[in-house]
Design a protein around this ligand. Structure first.
Ligand code: ADP
Ligand code: MG
Length: 334
């Protein structure tokens, strides 16, 4: 820029004298100025390219890395044909280490979740509950041991077949940009209006959807930015219900609901999920107290499993969690 401006001043300086002496026309000087400008601009562009090229090559390498990355979860060459037997989930000595981590997050986890029962998983934050649950839809593969769905190792099924059986509500309820209806029918695009309304009713979201100006056609912003945490959770639950899967997975999906809605939802859910396999991760003991089986997880290990009543007596970890949440009266009732 300095060179360019100095050149301009020089051209005008010299040109002005030449015009004054009558040697050149004013138009000649202006034309000369244009040519000088173009030549200097071209050099400027070259220097800009020298700055951009290394940046672009680094970015291109990163994009290529993403495109070339091999998914660690692959479909088997010869997938097993698995009849739908209700969705029994069995963990057999499952251990799991996150890639690049040193310590296993799950160690030797074994339990069975059978159709018709609710299996709850409790434990402190970071004890590996979400990791455990994320192994079922095969977001990761177990490092050791086996995970069986309907008696077949999940690695022998196609991902589409496996996930077809599962209704999953993640810990961070996720909505997509689109309408309320599109979000609910995401897992089953052919769901009828009645199906959608029914799923919404069970998920206790009818009132709030009816209060939206466009009802089921109301827009949802990207990542559900225009609805509250509890509303997001309820829509995510409705989405799982609309799919009518065999296995329901709720990862801390009731945490943002008030106690009244939580209770109403669980009551409605109980009749809807009859005969299905239900896995619930929850922080609140009241949410999972009535589960047929409670698995207590501590630092990635199963320390106890049984009913609420059994665990209150046999498991100090469970007793501690329960007594920190329930009143004296509630504890005495057990
Ligand atoms: N993607 C990940 N990569 C590496 N470590 C992880 C990842 N996700 C979770 N962890 C670790 O695994 C442990 C268990 O996490 P998580 O299963 O989310 O616990 P919980 O759901 O019981 O709170 C934590 O110590 C956490 O730091
Ligand atoms: Mg979690």
């Amino acid at each position: 820029m300095l060179i360019m401006n100095v050149t301009m001043v020089a051209v005008v300086w010299v040109g002005a004298h030449q015009i004054d002496m009558g040697k050149i026309q004013i138009g000649d000087m202006l034309a000369f100025m244009q040519y000088a400008m173009q030549a200097i601009m071209a050099f400027l562009m070259i220097s800009i390219i020298f700055i951009m090229v290394p940046r672009a090559s680094v970015s291109a390498e990163r994009v290529a890395d993403v495109l070339d990355s091999e998914p660690s979860v692959k479909d088997p060459a010869k997938p097993a044909q698995v009849p739908k037997l209700g969705g029994r989930v069995e963990f057999k000595n499952v251990s799991f280490v996150y890639q690049g981590a040193e310590d296993p997050v799950l160690q030797d986890v074994s339990f069975i979740a059978v159709p018709g029962e609710t299996t709850a998983i409790v434990g402190s934050t970071g004890s590996g509950k979400s990791t455990l649950i994320n192994l079922i839809p095969r977001f990761y593969d177990a490092t050791a041991g086996q995970l069986l769905v309907d008696g077949v190792d999940v690695r022998d099924m196609t991902q589409a077949d496996l996930r077809e059986r599962i209704g999953y509500v993640s810990q961070r309820a996720m909505l997509f940009s689109g309408t309320v209806r599109e979000n609910i029918t995401y897992g089953r695009p052919d769901a009828t209006d009645d199906d959608v309304a029914y799923a919404t009713e069970i998920a206790q979201a009818t009132d709030f959807v009816n209060n939206l100006s466009g009802k089921f056609e109301s827009p949802i912003a990207q990542a559900g930015a225009n609805v509250s945490g509890g509303q997001k959770q309820r829509l995510a639950i409705a989405r799982a219900l609309a799919k009518k899967p065999e296995i329901y997975i709720f990862d801390d999906s009731f945490s943002a609901l008030d106690f009244k809605t939580d209770a109403a939802l669980r009551h409605a859910l109980a009749s809807e999920t009859k005969g299905k396999t239900v896995l619930i991760v929850a922080q609140r003991i009241s949410t999972i107290m009535n589960a047929e089986k409670i698995v207590v997880l501590d630092a990635g290990k199963v320390v106890a499993q049984g009913t609420h009543h059994d665990l209150m007596q046999s498991s100090p970890v469970y007793h501690e969690i329960a007594s920190s949440q329930l009143s004296e009266k509630e504890l005495a009732e057990i």
